[in-house]
Design a protein around this ligand. Structure first.
Ligand SMILES: [Zn+2]
Length: 422
């Protein structure tokens, strides 16, 4: 299909002003529908993806549906990518309290993502395999998008205002000073071979966070950066892709290369564009997800300069100044509302302060693996090595002995392992 043919398929334009007006009048938001496409080119065959469009918060109730899209870019083998693909979603969902309302569910999600990522990593570690994987995990519930990521597979959001934003952070040692400092402080060594990017030792990995990598050093943590945003009911497009795309294209280039095209074609075009500019150097996987207002057959095309000109003529103002102002105003009326963002690698900071206990059994529930344990067998994240009145063991979430061990190891505090601080 040529671009001209595609553009003939476009629906009649809904004027931007109408869309903004609807948002401002706060009309009842109807559930959007999703259209998605996927494209990939394999070089090593270590990229995996997950598309689960009809998950239910409440079993049997279709009005509680949400969707999950994820990319797993494996390294040193494929077992971690496959394991994460098969287990991560269940591990995340098991960390959300049962019978939550929709609002409570969305609020609990960032924390559940942290617990689910760490639990999946611990379980994979117990298999004794050595591969690792990046994870970019996207949950879409109506107009709310929650993205959790470790590694360098990105998710970008292209909104109807033409604003492209990055919903992930790259956990690459080369580009992330904070992560370099954290890895060094937790006992890793960061350096460069003769050529190529910064890596850390033991292991020689370029990433600072992943699931798996049991042989690399526990300072490579599975704690995800999490960002939650709400888009306006004008809709938007997500592009989720492995580094094979992002090493070749900037976020803007990727978004612009496929605007106005249906999602399936868009995914193919982004992969093709990356290939054209850089050749096939790596596995390259791309998911495109359009969040579409329910009264539209496809995502309305993003307004272009020409329309801005027209708008400014209609309003009787031509100055560049006005056009800039109108663009700024567009983002100011809430094309994207940021609900949550946290990227700390410290588990205690990510799990909140609740200390759930079962009054009848006297057991505590581990905030990571959700196992019920007697208080004597585990400790709060903030407590010292022994219970004592001074160590305030009842502050912070409860961790079972196993997850507590993992937490200490991630922070470079594991007994017997010397901590190198440079
Ligand atoms: Zn646990």
């Amino acid at each position: 299909m040529s671009r001209a043919e595609v553009s003939r398929m476009r629906p009649p334009l809904v004027p931007l002003g109408t869309l903004i007006g609807r948002e401002l009048r706060n009309e009842k938001l109807e559930k959007p529908f999703l259209k998605y496409g996927q494209a990939a080119l394999a070089k090593k065959g270590e990229d995996y993806f997950l598309i689960k469009p009809d998950c239910l918060r409440v079993p049997g109730n279709p009005s509680t549906s949400f969707s999950v899209f994820a990319i797993f870019d494996g390294h040193n083998g494929i077992s971690a990518a496959i394991f994460a693909k098969e287990n991560l979603l269940d591990n995340v969902l098991s960390a959300i309290p049962q019978e939550s309302s929709r609002e409570e569910w969305l609020q609990a999600l960032p924390r559940a993502l942290v617990a689910g990522f760490v639990k999946t990593d611990i379980e994979f570690q117990q298999k004794g395999e050595t591969s690792g994987t990046t994870v970019t995990f996207v949950v879409i519930d109506d107009w709310t998008i929650t993205v959790a990521s470790v590694g360098d597979s990105r998710c970008i959001l292209d909104t109807q205002g033409g604003v492209v934003s990055l919903l992930t952070v790259d956990h690459r040692l080369e580009e992330n000073v904070e992560e370099r400092e954290r890895v060094t402080a937790s006992g890793g060594e960061v350096g460069r071979l003769n050529v190529g990017p910064l890596r850390c030792w033991p292991g020689g990995l370029c990433l600072s966070r992943s699931i798996g990598d049991t042989d690399v050093g526990e300072f490579i943590v599975p704690i995800p950066h999490v960002k939650q945003v709400k888009i306006s009911n004008a809709g938007g497009r997500l592009i989720i892709a492995s580094d094979g795309i992002w090493d070749a294209l900037s976020s803007d280039m990727a978004a612009k290369s496929c605007r106005g095209l249906p999602a399936e074609l868009a995914a193919k075009l982004v992969v093709k564009e990356a290939l054209r500019s850089r050749g096939l150097k790596d596995d390259t996987t791309c998911l495109v997800v359009d969040i579409i207002p329910c009264d539209q057959p496809v995502l309305p095309p993003t307004p272009r300069k020409k329309q801005n000109m027209l708008r400014s003529l209609l309003f009787g103002k031509k100055s560049q100044n006005f056009m800039n102002k109108s663009t700024n105003k567009l983002s100011a009326v809430g094309v994207v509302e940021e609900l949550f963002e946290e990227g700390s690698a410290m588990l205690a900071e990510r799990l909140g302060k609740d200390f759930p206990s079962n009054a009848t059994s006297g057991l505590f529930r581990c905030a990571v693996c959700q196992v019920d344990q007697a208080p004597a067998d585990g400790l709060s994240v903030n407590s010292g090595p022994f219970f004592s009145p001074a160590s305030k063991p009842w502050e912070g979430p409860f961790l079972c002995a196993n997850c507590r061990k993992k937490k200490d190891a991630m922070e470079g505090k594991r007994a017997g392992i010397p901590t190198v601080i440079s």
